[in-house]
Design a protein around this ligand. Structure first.
Ligand code: PA5
Ligand code: MN
Length: 197
């Protein structure tokens, strides 16, 4: 029989189960991000350093499936972002652009309550979009994206993206997002980064 994309695909990459309770993809390793990995991400530096003095909790973890590479292929990752706050700012992911800027992504919420912070690279236009169980969020190309847990339980979601998207963390590390998502009167609100202590 002739080799084909289907027969080349490792069966273990073609079928993966989600273990929601453990926020794991069965048989996959996770990359973990602790508070100490997120220096510079939160807007309130003093609150960040004070929190780090108290401990270095796991903030989020991602397990990825990369079945094939090349044009037209897809990758995906399961993210789990734990609940908590630094000052008034909710726990968040580092956030990134895709290295191939035109690459879009689809997020599917599986558990918990959160928001995605989206920022257009050229204009800086920002948007806060809810992410929760059964919600689907489309992240267009050329858009920085960060996930924020605004609830009391782990926020679990899938992110599905072109195999050649790549992750550009450097642009976010150097200038961060223009907006922050904070708790205001008990609810998440998007505010300008530097107006909030
Ligand atoms: O591919 C994605 O956009 C997600 O799976 C993210 O990688 C995940 O939310 C973790 O965020 P970050 O990659 O910004 O650390
Ligand atoms: Mn992405």
């Amino acid at each position: 029989m002739k080799s084909s994309p289907l027969t080349q695909l490792d069966a273990a990459d073609g079928f993966v189960e989600i273990q929601l309770g453990e926020a794991m993809l069965v048989g996959r390793s996770r990359i973990e991000r602790r508070l100490s990995d997120l220096r510079g991400s939160f807007h309130d530096d003093a609150a960040y350093e004070a929190a780090l003095q108290r401990g270095d909790p796991l903030i989020y973890a991602v397990s990825s499936v990369e079945p094939a590479s090349g044009e037209g292929q897809m990758h995906y990752g399961l993210g789990v972002l734990y609940p908590g706050k630094i000052g008034r700012e909710y726990y968040l992911t580092k956030g990134h652009y895709h290295a191939r800027r035109s690459a879009a992504e689809v997020y599917v919420g599986l558990q918990g309550e959160g928001q995605m912070l989206l920022e257009d690279e050229a204009s800086g236009a920002s948007r806060m979009v809810p992410l929760h169980k059964h919600a689907v969020v489309y992240v267009p190309g050329f858009t920085a994206h960060r996930t924020v847990n605004t609830g009391g339980e782990p926020l679990v979601y899938l992110g599905i993206y072109p195999a050649d998207a790549g992750h550009d963390y450097g642009s976010i590390a150097s200038k961060n997002f223009r907006m922050v998502i904070l708790e205001r009167d008990g609810a998440p609100a998007m505010e300008e980064r530097f107006n909030n202590a």
